[in-house]
Design a protein around this ligand. Structure first.
Ligand code: FE2
Ligand code: FE2
Length: 221
């Protein structure tokens, strides 16, 4: 299946337009944001779990990254309540479980092959740093090569200068609404800005976003 698989294209997916589809796993529904079943299989999705239970034990070829949006996810290594960010590196294996109502933002098969660090961050109990402009607070989650992953909180009225994304940018709006000269992105919106794109983002009402930059193929290190 190919969904928004051309990484040179800008994509915006709004939560209220997205269709949830059934998956082969019982009680698991998925909102697919991008997917490429080609040679390097990769996908980005929001998965929600209608029932508690275990998933099949599985291996992560090119890694698995997730942010728990609701409820508690778990595996042999621990429990991951809402707000937990996890990276399971290439080659890792686990058998997860979840409670009813749990939801995750998940990126599969997108690690650099040498990015072997396992990461678990409780974003509800982590240190935030001032951002590049007044009104921004940043919680760094991971860095490898040119790839940078963070949560960023925007105070109401914050404006960021116009900038270019040499290695692309991907954003999931977790709370509030982000805007730029192209559109308004309310809670649940996901956008992928391709390498070389530009914009001037701002937030009138304030927001919290997951943001990843420098990971799209043009500048893959
Ligand atoms: Fe997994
Ligand atoms: Fe940007």
């Amino acid at each position: 299946m190919q969904v928004h698989a051309d990484l040179t294209q800008r994509v915006v997916a709004f939560a209220d337009e997205a269709e949830w589809s059934a998956t082969p796993a019982d009680g698991v529904e998925r909102r697919t944001l991008d997917r490429d079943d080609g040679e390097a299989a990769r996908s980005t999705s929001i998965d929600r779990f209608l029932s508690a239970g275990r998933l099949d034990r599985h291996r992560h070829g090119l890694g698995e990254e997730f942010l728990v949006l609701k409820g508690t996810f778990s595996d042999e290594s621990g429990e991951y309540p809402a707000g937990t960010y996890v990276r399971n590196p290439p080659g890792s294996v686990h058998q997860p479980g979840r409670e009813e109502g749990c939801a995750l933002f998940v990126k599969l098969g997108q690690f650099h092959p040498d990015d072997s660090e396992r990461v678990v961050v409780d974003t509800r109990d982590a240190e935030w740093f001032p951002g590049l402009v007044k009104g921004l607070a940043v919680l760094p989650l991971h860095r490898f090569g040119s790839e940078l992953v963070s949560l960023v909180r925007w105070a109401p009225g914050t404006v960021f200068p116009k900038h270019q994304h040499p290695g692309g940018e991907e954003i999931l709006v977790l709370e509030g609404a982000l805007e730029d000269e192209h559109d308004r992105y309310p809670t649940g919106a996901w956008l992928r800005n391709p390498p070389g794109s530009r914009h001037m983002p701002f937030s009138l009402d304030g927001c919290l976003i997951y943001v990843k930059t420098g990971h799209l193929p043009a500048v893959r290190v």
